[in-house]
Design a protein around this ligand. Structure first.
Ligand code: AMP
Length: 423
């Protein structure tokens, strides 16, 4: 138990880190191209922020939050997503005073008490963006394009983009009434979540995962018929721009996102080969959120991508580059009497910017050479008694298996020059 990570969490091991960095670097690069700046918010917030921001009737708030009372009797929640926090920061730091839009991105761990399985964890990582302060459909299209650009740049094909409009507080009441009329006769046989959401948030019945309920939901009246003029125009604007940008999409009128704050545009990108956990990206517009958490009436749009799912997808398609780990120099020092000189040399080499390793276990000469090979060292610097007596050490080029004697005083300059030849 003590040597096992909690259920639904996992270590990201040194041999996996390069993959994460590779994906993160692509995200950062493309965010810079699109004018998004990074924000890092705390991993915990006041519970109320998520209740208000995400919505009381959502699965995330009802069932999945890691909530606890801290020693100061405050209710605290580990962030289950980053939008509410980013919006909180937007208000707290008066970012609305800057010219719109405010374009933010984040990468970090999120926490949900989910049912763990491949691609679904309790601590997982999301990359996401938020653009605040612009109503134009162009920013929706740009956000979607940014998501698609990242996934394509990473080499993922078989992407399936679904978009919908979930309306606004003006047109949703009609849709809500229609939905209730439709679901009322079926309600008796539906799950307890559906029953409890029927009054509070009937839109969420469209999203139920219980197969029987899902089938019923498939026949529900479409929201598109109920959209008000403004929402309809906005949706048309998004579709037009996506088409102009050459982005393939499917309009899916049953797409409602799990979080309550969405208005107008909702979208999801699936990477079909992932199967059950194929959703790699989800997002939408949230025009009511800033006000809901106590800020001004500022609109917003954003999305989040699951890092683990993207990595799974890249791995399954062999799309991750090979990383060759290695060091510049390994100091071989079999005689412990020479340890101090070898140790100082390691310091000098590192100060000169060279990746340098050292033997800590007083291993034999042979074992140390083996270790140099294992660490993929370009050079072994051998502190042998005979050479040291002449004020020299042996420099062995590991790849070419050649060796020369060099003066101790010149180790740093010679190695710097030699290593450069390999760059
Ligand atoms: P959401 O914040 O629920 O809209 O999710 C956005 C994206 O985060 C999803 O499309 C997934 O890729 C990812 N995601 C959500 N929940 C989890 C989880 N429990 N484990 C791993 N990835 C997740």
């Amino acid at each position: 138990m003590l040597t096992t990570a909690p259920r639904g969490t996992k270590d990201i091991l040194p041999q996996e880190i390069e993959n994460w960095r590779y994906v993160e670097a692509a995200m950062r690069r493309i965010c810079a191209q699109f004018g998004y700046k990074e924000i890092r918010t705390p991993v915990f917030e006041h519970t109320e922020l998520f209740k208000r921001g995400i919505g009381d009737t959502t699965d995330v708030v009802e069932k999945e939050m890691y909530t606890f009372t801290d020693r100061g009797e405050r209710s605290i929640t580990l962030r289950p997503e980053n939008t509410a926090s980013a919006v909180r920061a937007f208000c707290e730091h008066k970012m609305y005073a800057e010219p719109a839009p405010t374009k933010l991105y984040y990468i970090g761990p999120m926490f949900r008490y989910d049912r763990p399985q491949a691609g679904r964890y309790r601590q997982f990582h999301q990359f996401g963006i938020e653009a605040l302060g612009v109503d134009s459909p162009a920013i929706d299209a740009e956000a979607i394009l940014l998501a698609v650009t990242i996934l394509k740049e990473l080499g993922l094909k078989d992407l399936h983009l679904k978009i919908n409009s979930v309306g606004c507080p003006n047109c949703r009441p009609q849709h809500r009434a229609k939905l209730q009329d439709y679901f009322r006769p079926h309600l008796e046989g539906m799950c307890s979540d559906c029953k409890s959401r029927f009054e509070r948030n009937p839109l969420r019945l469209l999203d139920c995962k219980v197969p029987h309920d899902h089938e019923i939901a498939a026949g529900a009246p479409s929201l598109e018929e109920c959209l008000c003029e403004e929402c309809r125009e906005h949706f048309e604007g998004v579709k037009k721009l996506l088409t102009a940008a050459g982005v393939d999409f499917e309009v899916d009128n049953t797409l409602v996102r799990g979080l309550d704050y969405y208005t107008k545009t909702a979208f999801e990108i699936q990477y079909v080969p992932l199967g059950a956990q194929s959703a790699v990206c989800g997002g939408g517009r949230y025009d009511g959120l800033v006000k809901e958490i106590g800020g001004q009436d500022v609109s917003g749009i954003g999305f989040a991508m699951g890092m683990e799912r993207i990595l799974l997808a890249l791995e399954s398609q062999n799309l991750l580059p090979e990383h060759k780990d290695g060091i510049d120099a390994f100091i071989v020092c079999p005689n412990q009497d020479n340890l101090e000189a070898a140790f100082k040399t390691a310091i000098a080499l590192r100060q000169a910017g060279l990746k340098t390793e050292f033997d800590f276990l007083a291993r034999s000469m042979k074992a140390q050479m083996k270790q140099a090979g294992r660490l993929n060292a370009k050079f072994a610097v051998i502190f042998g008694d005979d050479e040291l007596a002449r004020g020299a050490v042996t420099l062995k080029n590991m790849a070419e298996s050649t060796q020369t004697e060099i003066p101790v005083d010149d180790i740093v300059t010679i190695l710097q020059t030699e290593v450069q030849k390999y760059e």
